[in-house]
Ligand binder design. Structure first.
Ligand code: SF4
Length: 206
């Protein structure tokens, strides 16, 4: 069993622009009890995978990478309320912002137990609701279905307009030759990416 002070995470990515406004550290929580049909991260469903990290180690690396804040995604961050709260609290202590995605709706989290409410109290912007594969989002960045809401719990991200933002993708080549990808693209973004790579290929041949 994971001690409450440790986070069980699938992945941490520092310095990404693909998971919210500005430069961010994205943390994928391991484990999701919601299990939406069509979820793109079914490998994060199990609460027993991933690795265990302390909030202090994540915050230290986040500060070193010069990010504005954290994005907590998953998996389901609110399935680890104590560890999530400790991470968000440590982030705010260093003036880092906190955006959290949850498959639960705000009202459900607000009416839950004290650890959940304490975690929620450390979130600046909550993106809530389960993914509905029958109800795809076509206008707003960061969300996959139209039911998902951007709920500002503080004014830190009040100027962020998902309807004006574009989805971004972050592709990194690791030293071992494997590729790390974050974010996702809509069809326009995929076409732009295709055009860009086609242009590069053309230039290489010239
Ligand atoms: S809440 Fe998120 S991680 Fe969990 S199943 Fe739904 S989309 Fe996937």
């Amino acid at each position: 069993m994971t001690p409450a002070s440790l986070l069980r995470v699938a992945r941490v990515l520092h310095g990404t622009t693909a998971e919210g406004p500005g430069l961010r550290t994205a943390i994928w929580f391991q484990g999701c009890s919601i299990r939406c049909r069509g979820c793109i991260n079914p490998h994060l469903f199990s609460a027993h995978g991933g690795t265990q990290l302390t909030a202090a180690s994540i915050i230290g690396d986040a500060l070193a990478s010069g990010v504005e804040g954290l994005t907590l995604i998953g998996g389901e961050p609110f399935d680890q309320p104590d560890a999530g709260r400790a991470l968000a609290e440590a982030a705010h202590a260093q003036n880092l912002g906190v955006i959290a995605f949850s498959g639960y709706e705000y009202e459900t989290l607000r009416d839950r137990d004290q650890p959940t409410r304490a975690f929620l109290a450390e979130v600046d912007l909550l993106v809530d609701g389960p993914y509905q594969d029958w109800n795809p989002e076509t206008e707003r960045a960061l969300v996959g279905s139209e039911n998902q809401r951007f709920i500002h719990l503080t004014d830190r991200y009040q100027n962020y307009r998902p309807e004006l933002a574009r989805n971004r993708i972050d592709i990194r080549l690791r030293p071992d030759g494997t590729i790390e990808v974050a974010g996702f693209l809509d069809s326009d973004g995929l076409m732009d990416l295709g055009d860009a790579t086609a242009t590069k290929r053309t230039h290489r041949r010239a």
